[in-house]
Ligand binder design. Structure first.
Ligand SMILES: Nc1ncnc2c1ncn2[C@@H]1O[C@H](COP(=O)(O)OP(=O)(O)OP(=O)(O)O)[C@@H](O)[C@H]1O
Ligand code: SF4
Ligand SMILES: [Mg+2]
Length: 373
């Protein structure tokens, strides 16, 4: 069984989104490639009206693991902290606490030079292929940047490698002598993927990498990512709004709300039997393939916007919007519970009240019929 949940400050959050594991490895003895523990990223923005600084815990005790070759999806509403988690673990923003080990090496606290070297193994692809390529640079020079930093190749070898990389992402090698404005959105995203894999990383963090593309281009780029993961043995952290895409590509999924992971598990378990009311509500917005099923399913509308992350509600952070809310939820942080099948959930329904004990929250027929445990 996974180590369960960890208490972080005044909150209790899932300790680890990982395979069934013993110590640092899963039951098959495989060590995680990336091990994120209790990651904290805090911002201190100024409030507009009064100009005083507030503390905003954008990532508040996030833990998960990536095992070699798998894809973990990270989902949640806008502003829940997905990008900040990604940027924090890569130290593109400096975390205020926690631990991130990559292949056994602790990244937090690494001096800048060593951190630059470590980034060879973990690269990021962003949503916007227009802004992530320098318009004044030839594709050749954009893709060559990580090669120059991380690999010891001369110019001729670099040009040859860039040609191979372009072919690998489905583009003719001669495109290296063109500028970004000469390409469509899908082609530009292929070029950013070529650049991301240029120095042979082990992990790609894909932050809404296909979100800006039309559906057919999206499908092509997802196909490319699947091929790359198989052929180049890549491991993905896949961040996306589109839950159908996440289901398609991910092996496991973690659901974030207000800076924390509230549920995680194998992707089919989470999508077919969500254990957290927030997951259930998120999933109810995903269209079903059959119109009959679609008509018969309840659409759960999440009331209001997520609370201001600088004013996190006490108890369960989701209690202000949860249709199953009980008295206990308003004051007590929910303890973690293993879910039936795989993963964990942090919700009182599983430990008090109706005692779901890890089963799907869909088994609760009548919201509000529940009582405080
Ligand atoms: N540089 C920053 N300074 C202050 N606050 C920030 C900064 N970056 C992010 N935030 C805040 O941190 C929280 C998490 O933001 P983040 O961008 O990680 O969310 P997200 O889940 O990626 O959202 P989206 O789905 O819209 O991309 C938000 O409240 C956001 O306003
Ligand atoms: S039932 Fe309570 S603990 Fe569970 S998500 Fe709703 S408010 Fe949170
Ligand atoms: Mg984001």
């Amino acid at each position: 069984m996974t180590e369960l949940l960890r208490t972080s400050g005044d909150t209790t959050v899932p300790d680890t989104v990982g395979h069934e594991r013993r110590g640092g490895a899963d039951v098959t003895g495989v060590e995680p490639l990336l091990d994120v523990k209790d990651l904290q990223v805090t911002f201190s923005p100024r409030r507009k009206m009064f100009r005083e600084r507030v503390e905003l815990r954008a990532v508040d005790g996030v833990s998960f693991q990536l095992f070699p070759g798998e894809t973990v999806g990270l989902v949640g509403e806008s502003g829940c902290g997905k990008s900040t988690t990604a940027r924090g673990l890569m130290r593109l923003v400096e975390p205020s606490g926690g631990s991130v080990t990559l292949g056994g090496q602790e990244l937090l606290g690494l001096p800048a030079g060593k951190m630059r070297k470590a980034r060879k193994d973990i690269q990021m692809v962003f949503q916007d292929p227009y802004s992530s390529l320098d318009p004044s640079m030839l594709v050749l020079d954009s893709i060559a940047e990580p090669i120059d930093v991380h690999l010891d190749l001369d110019r001729a070898q670099t040009v040859e490698r860039v040609g191979e990389l372009l072919q690998r992402v489905g583009l003719p090698p001669e495109y290296m002598y063109r500028y970004p404005h000469e390409f469509s959105g899908g082609q530009r995203q292929r070029i950013t993927i070529a650049r991301a894999i240029a120095a042979d990383p082990r992990i790609l963090v894909l932050d809404e990498a296909v979100s800006a593309l039309d559906v057919s281009t999206q499908n092509q780029v997802i196909g490319l990512l699947e091929d790359l993961s198989r052929d180049a043995d890549l491991t993905y952290l896949f961040i996306a709004h589109d839950l159908s895409v996440v289901r398609h590509i991910s092996d496991r999924v973690a659901v974030m709300y207000l800076g924390q992971i509230v549920e995680h598990g194998d992707v089919d378990r989470v999508f077919d039997a969500p254990a957290h009311p927030y997951t259930e509500a998120l999933l109810s917005a995903v269209p079903l393939p059959s119109p009959k099923l679609q008509r018969s399913r309840e659409r759960i509308v999440l009331a209001g916007d997520p609370p201001d992350p600088s004013r996190v509600p006490p108890g369960c952070r989701f209690h202000t919007r949860c249709k199953y809310v009980m008295d206990v939820c308003r004051t007590v942080v929910p303890l973690p519970t293993p879910t039936v099948g795989s993963g964990e959930v942090a919700c009182h329904l599983h430990t008090s009240g109706p005692q779901l004990a890890g089963r799907s929250v869909r088994e609760l027929a009548t919201p509000h019929a529940v009582v405080a445990g």
